[in-house]
Design a protein around this ligand. Sequence first.
Ligand code: ZN
Ligand code: FE
Length: 256
Amino acid sequence: MAIYEIVPLRAFSDNYIWTIRDGSHAAVVDPGDAQPVLDYLAREKLELVAILNTHHHADHVGGNAALLARTRVPVFGPHDERIPDVSVRLADGERCTLPHFHIEMEIMEIPGHTRSHISFHGDGMLFCGDTLFAAGCGRLFEGTPRQMHDSLTRLARLPDDTRVYCGHEYTLANIKFAKAAEPDNRKLPELEAQMQALRNKDQPTLPSTIGREKATNPFLRVSEPAIIHSASTRATKKLLDPVSVLAEIRDWKNNF
Ligand code: ZN
Ligand code: FE
């Protein structure tokens, strides 16, 4: 495997286009806009070798066509005709290997935010698009609370030191909500201070890790008594299962 690094390229107001690069080549995850990628490739004199797409939303795939017009590269993505550019469609448990870098990625289907959302996991990294965010999760546009719960539960089973590369810089707003959902979690004020310090320096708060998410993300903590309690208080009835708790706090966050 080649030595590489992961660089975030900013797009729109708060998207990250995660770029796997070495001295000569690059692969990009979720290029919602081609221009930041083209600028970066030109400036760094890199050749694009692959595109990875986690889901069909325009802020994740909108740059595919313009990148492909310059260089024909494989596009790895889900079985969803709404992303016509995908050349290698991948299902749960399948693997793909990034050209040039020879990094093997395992695919997980993680519906919830959208029905065909996938993640790429390999070499200690997880690219999870808009399903798992630092201290939060994606909105349920096409999925049910049960699907999101199952998807997050599967992601939470990855090793604690897995680095989590999310699609958006939502961390500080998510931590504010997490503090409301779990006021006694002492890790949250500490995390908020660390993340605020990064944002003050205009640095990304990502990647997170699976271990950090398990300790601080309310959507991964729906079986914790404190979260069950605050969700039940909002619902004005005792919520008895993790899926109902997730549904309640997702609705709460939507209106937070
Ligand atoms: Zn999305
Ligand atoms: Fe997005």
